[in-house]
Design a protein around this ligand. Structure first.
Ligand SMILES: Cc1cc2nc3c(=O)[nH]c(=O)nc-3n(C[C@H](O)[C@H](O)[C@H](O)COP(=O)(O)OP(=O)(O)OC[C@H]3O[C@@H](n4cnc5c(N)ncnc54)[C@H](O)[C@@H]3O)c2cc1C
Length: 416
């Protein structure tokens, strides 16, 4: 069924009792052309673009829990393309362009809201670094504005300008940045892929790989063996675990990242705001809650929950720029497992094993990449050739010393 104003009106008149299932619940077939492991945003987007862009419809997405139960349903929903380095800058702008038409592409309301992203700066040196990043963006046709103190005070009069340890001096604004509703993105891709014939199979954990003559020819799962001409991994925080089943060790560590939501308050924040002298980012949901987060917890873990020290650190960051949020009550908190790569940038590539493809290393910035990641991963698997926007995301860049270290932190995943 296509969603439209007419179908909505018909649904309303019928008391919303006759809506069909948004996607099927098929049993796994014995064999597919492509199996994608992981029913997060990236796996589902990959399946959608395989079907729509490359005509490969005999595809299954295998998800060990329910779709969106991983990071796709746990993130703080920020989308932006305010990057500096070649490799990242074009890729994330491709993603932003896909966000701008995603609702038409999927026939689904993903609640993309381009309400702007402001990165605050707190020193002359940081202003210069932000000016450089903004200029790089503009040279590449991406919108960026460097705000001075007067412009910022006008937009965000409630910030702590005068009594802060790290005084706010201005900000770098990307107006096209903003947020999208994370669950709706998952459901939208799932529904659109399903309509093109993709099988979305939930409660189906991949437990091993099937090999013939050194080539991957399928997967072992909790619902039996499934054959595939090609297998793609898009399992985010579980990348090292799944790769280990194929005998591979990845340049990735898994870390916990927490998110927090406050009680609902009246509209306060016009867009997304980030603190430049610590790690804190915040936006306000349509329901009124402040949605915020900060650093990873800093130890390796596969547990989807975090600990108090980082919670305190995040709240300190928030209090530094908006002291009044100290009076707001925290409503919810949770954690997700980040696939931290050694340079903070993703990996989209073939693996040394024929038939097995890798999509990983998203750190805590992969939600905004969802559409572009799906498109370029589908391109790689369909044509066996790297998409031009993903050519710097090769696995061997760590061996070649061609890292894309946007933060300049070196090979320390806990700092990226
Ligand atoms: C608290 C938090 C805040 C974040 N904030 C932002 C943000 O504001 N902006 C942004 O751009 N990014 C953000 N991120 C990062 C972003 O969510 C991730 O980078 C992105 O979602 C990863 O891709 P995915 O959606 O495919 O991952 P996931 O949703 O994690 O999908 C991977 C799936 O693989 C499944 N899986 C794992 N192992 C197996 C197996 N053996 N068999 C079958 N299935 C398996 C998992 O169950 C999971 O559903 C945040 C993440 C967190 C946790």
């Amino acid at each position: 069924m296509r969603y439209s104003i007419l179908s909505l009106a018909r649904g309303a008149l019928a008391g919303h009792r006759n809506w069909p299932r948004a996607w099927r619940d098929p049993s796994p077939k014995r064999r597919y052309d492509v199996v994608v492991i992981g029913g997060g945003g990236h796996g589902l987007a990959t399946a959608f673009y395989l079907a729509r862009e490359f005509g490969i419809r005999n595809v299954a997405v295998l998800e060990k829990g329910w779709i969106g139960s991983g990071n796709a349903g746990r993130n703080t929903t920020i989308i932006r393309s305010n990057y500096l380095l070649p490799g990242n800058i074009g890729f994330y702008e491709l993603s932003m362009k896909l966000w701008e038409r995603i609702e038409q592409d999927l026939n689904y309301n993903a609640m993309v809201s381009q309400r702007g992203v402001i990165n605050l700066y707190h020193s002359d040196g940081q202003r210069d670094a932000f000016a450089r990043r903004g200029n790089a963006m503009r040279i590449n046709g991406i919108d960026a504005e460097l705000l001075d103190l007067a412009a910022l005070r006008k937009m965000l009069p409630f910030l702590n300008y005068d009594h802060a340890r790290f005084p706010v001096m201005g900000g770098l604004l990307q107006r096209r940045g903003g947020t999208a509703r994370h669950d709706a993105v998952v459901w939208g891709y799932a529904r659109a892929a399903d309509r093109l014939g993709v099988d979305i199979i939930q409660n189906c954990e991949v437990t091993g790989f099937v090999r013939e003559n050194g080539r991957i020819t399928g997967v072992e799962t909790t619902r039996g063996e499934i054959g595939a001409a090609k297998v793609g991994m898009a399992v985010a925080g579980n990348s090292s675990r799944v790769a280990a089943m194929a005998g591979m060790k990845l340049p990735i560590e898994s870390h916990v990242l927490q998110a927090f939501v406050s009680e609902a308050i009246k509209p306060l924040l016009p867009g997304v705001l980030t603190f430049g002298a610590g790690h804190f980012y915040v936006s306000q949901s349509d329901k009124g809650g402040l949605v915020f987060g900060g650093d990873i917890d800093g130890y390796n873990s596969y547990a989807q929950r975090g600990n108090m020290p980082v919670m305190e650190d995040v709240c300190e960051g928030g209090m530094a720029i908006m002291p009044m949020i100290g009076r707001v009550r925290l409503l919810r908190q949770w954690g997700g497992i980040m696939d931290m790569s050694m340079d903070g940038s993703p990996i989209i590539d073939r693996t040394p094993l024929d038939g097995l493809y890798l999509n990983a290393g998203w750190c805590y910035g992969g939600f905004k990449a969802t559409p572009a990641s799906g498109l370029v991963f589908a391109h790689l698997m369909a044509r066996d050739e790297t998409h031009p926007e993903a050519r710097r995301f090769r696995l061997d860049r760590f061996r070649r010393g061609a890292m894309i270290d946007e933060k300049g932190q070196g090979a320390q995943p806990n700092l990226h």
